[in-house]
Design a protein around this ligand. Structure first.
Ligand SMILES: [Zn+2]
Length: 91
């Protein structure tokens, strides 16, 4: 086994060993080469950790009656009501 001078505790070494960003430049067609954020395939400037938080954590959350879960529940209830009335179809 060869001796490795790299300090495993060094942040620079951790970034060097990190998987690379998968983003590709439109102009050159080359990979970004920046270290990917943990749990992501891309680096911090290419969208890692991006997007608004879902559900209650979203800053524009009001009452949840338009949330994906409530909408699904409403659709199911309406479908069952239609079915119960005997309209013949599930749609
Ligand atoms: Zn990148």
């Amino acid at each position: 086994m060869t001796k490795n001078d790299a300090n495993p505790m060094s942040p620079a070494q951790r970034l060097k060993d990190a998987p690379r960003c998968h983003a590709r430049a439109k102009s050159t067609g080359e990979h970004c080469k920046a270290p990917a954020v943990k749990g992501w395939a891309v680096c911090r400037v290419h969208g890692a950790g991006g997007g608004a938080p879902r559900g209650r954590a979203h800053w524009n959350w009001k009452h949840g009656e338009r949330s994906a879960e409530a909408t699904r529940l409403r659709q199911l209830t309406n479908m069952l009501a239609r079915f119960g009335r005997g309209s013949g179809t599930l749609n």
